[in-house]
Write a protein that binds this ligand. Structure first.
Ligand code: PEP
Ligand code: MG
Length: 587
């Protein structure tokens, strides 16, 4: 445990921002799936029936929780529960378990093996977003086991200001707290990318995950501060700390009210330059949130998550349905759907690749071009989804050579020809590519001439420019995208694309960082795409500067020697405009 003044705290990772004081409510470990033994089934049919009934019961439980939260949630976050219901009903988990039962294992043992196998596949992934899907599967594992081996009922009572604390806190645990009583969520494990984090964000409740430890003497009823901004918890806080946090809480209230008041206003500079804010989307559950946060379109839909959450390539119709739904929700606003971007740290469990340097290997477009038959299926699904809507923009990831773009465009044309010959309805989409490899920066002019738009992936661009693995915290910092070399590469891309009249957006994390957004504005970016949670703070910054002020700042930033100087320069500008958020991480 570390300490700040008289107060001891425990550090974790941020799952949802904000600060709250409340009463600890410990979540008991419900059932331990890992300790379930294998056992020969006496009656295979009975075991199969029990397993099917348990799955149905958990699905019903999830459905009921989703209903219960209807009024409390801003909007469609209830879909989170649908994701669980679907995952639980999927072949991945059910068929696998039934096969094990038919091979002779009893239901709990068969279920343990299925959950362990699929959760392990995700645990091995470096991408934190995907690792968090392992948590989902374990959570479902526990729920189904409780149905298979019911224990005594737990008539839990919840205090007025409840802070849920547990080894893991599930969306079901959150849904069990009576409306209006939950003020904070603390989980020893868990991550910033879990559904629990998504739900806490939607409810506006601070959450801290992945704590370095939990105090052994922590008891139900103790007071605790959950500081989601600094990703810390303070068990037994002192009065001065409570007072200081109260000040911050009220500042944040004011800020939130400002964000809400600005929700309908455009992201526009003082002198009238508009900068559309688009949403980055991964999980289906993000879709409703993005739409309701005022996104002016989708700047990045990462299709790989649909491919990674299963045990075989999704068929064309399945892909088509997913894309169609997204295009429908946002029509007539533009929706940028990125073709499969796997490889690197995102490995398809059913298509393993062994490479010494996976980030420099069969990633992104290279993976797809090496499997044209599979790639064409995705392109057909996209073209069909666009029929009658016309708001699709297809984005190709990791392009490093002009020939790669040409091949991808040729396959898109082939998919179009096939569909036309079959008499299927399509609509020609806009096309674009990601600039995220240094070679593409230098080829911007020729690349931009072939497409309708460019999108800069600053996460990978910084990784490849600085030779710093983005998943290795020892060699990266949150300021890497502000490195002057990266900024100059972005400036060059914008200049060369504009010379071809091709618009450029940024869809890496940099777009959602107020300092990053400010410097991009100054460099003449045409749109920003980010997690919708960042819209409020970014819009506030854009509305506070003139385009000329932003340009002068960008010029100065481009001339700095390192990323810390750039961060200081931009932070000072934000401070001067009264826009600095001192509690934000990375400062
Ligand atoms: C990027 O690299 O900046 C990007 C947006 O793509 P991803 O994070 O999915 O690699
Ligand atoms: Mg990328």
């Amino acid at each position: 445990m570390a300490s700040s003044g008289a107060n001891a705290y425990i550090q974790g990772v941020q799952a949802a921002t904000g600060v709250a004081v409340g009463t600890v409510t410990l979540i008991d470990p419900l059932a331990n799936l890992e300790s379930v033994p294998d056992r020969q089934a006496d009656d295979i049919d009975a075991q199969e029936g029990a397993f099917r009934a348990a799955v149905v019961a958990v699905q019903a439980e999830l459905g009921a929780s989703s209903e219960r939260l209807t009024g409390a949630l801003p909007n469609d976050v209830r879909e989170l529960f649908d994701v669980y219901i679907m995952l639980l009903g999927s072949d991945v988990l059910v068929a696998d378990t039934l096969e094990r039962i038919r091979a002779g294992n009893w239901a709990p043992g068969a279920w343990r093996k299925t959950v362990a196998r699929h959760a392990r596949d995700f645990d091995r992934m470096e991408d934190p977003y995907l690792r968090a899907r392992g948590e989902d599967i374990r959570e479902l594992g526990t729920r189904v086991l409780m149905q298979l081996q019911p224990g005594p009922e737990d008539p839990r009572s919840y205090p007025e200001r409840c802070v849920l604390v547990g080894d893991a806190v599930s969306i079901q645990d959150i849904a069990s707290v009576p409306a209006g009583r939950l003020v904070g969520v603390v989980s020893h494990q868990g991550s910033a990318f879990s559904h629990t984090a998504v739900l806490a964000n939607a409810l506006g409740i601070p959450a801290v995950a992945s704590l370095s430890s939990l105090p052994l003497d922590l008891v139900d009823g103790a007071t605790m501060v959950v500081d989601g901004d600094a990703a810390r918890i303070y068990p037994n806080p002192s009065q001065p700390l409570l007072d200081a946090l109260e000040v911050r809480r009220s500042q944040q209230e004011t800020l939130r009210a400002q964000f809400v008041a600005q929700r309908e206003l455009p992201a526009q500079t003082v002198d009238g330059v508009r900068l559309p804010l688009h949403a980055n989307i991964g999980l289906d559950a993000d879709i409703g949130l993005a739409r309701d946060s005022g996104a002016e379109g989708v700047g990045l839909f990462r299709t790989e998550y649909q491919f990674l959450l299963r045990d075989d390539f999704p068929v064309e119709d399945e892909q088509h349905q997913s894309y169609r739904r997204l295009l429908n929700v946002f029509t007539p606003l533009p929706v940028t759907i990125r073709t499969l971007d796997v490889g690197g740290d995102k490995i398809l469990p059913y298509c393993p690749q062994k490479e010494d340097n996976p980030f420099l290997g069969m990633r992104g477009i290279r993976f797809s071009l090496a499997r044209p038959e599979l790639f064409v299926i995705q392109l057909r699904a996209l073209l069909r989804a666009n029929a009658g809507l016309g708001n699709l923009q297809v984005l190709f990831p990791m392009v490093a050579r002009v020939s790669e773009l040409d091949e991808a465009l040729e396959l898109l044309a082939r998919a179009h020809r096939e569909l036309t010959e079959e008499g299927q309805a399509t609509a020609t989409p806009k096309t674009g590519l990601m600039i995220e490899v240094p070679s593409a920066v230098f080829l911007t002019g020729v690349l931009a001439a072939r497409v309708d738009f460019l999108s800069i992936g600053t996460n990978d661009l910084a990784q490849y420019m600085l030779a710093a693995d983005r998943t290795n915290a020892r060699v990266t910092t949150p300021n890497d995208t502000l490195h002057p070399a990266v900024l100059n590469a972005i400036a060059m891309t914008i200049r060369d694309a504009h010379a071809q009249s091709t618009p450029v957006s940024v869809c890496g994390e940099m777009a959602g960082d107020p300092a990053g957004a400010l410097v991009l504005l100054g460099m003449g970016i045409d749109a920003l795409s980010m997690n919708p949670a960042s819209f409020g703070r970014v819009k506030r910054v854009i509305r506070a500067f003139t385009s000329e002020q932003a340009r002068a700042l960008a010029d100065e930033a481009l001339a700095q020697e390192d990323e810390r100087q750039v961060r200081r320069l931009l932070d000072d500008a934000l401070e001067g405009a009264g826009l600095r958020e001192p509690w934000s991480p990375g400062h």
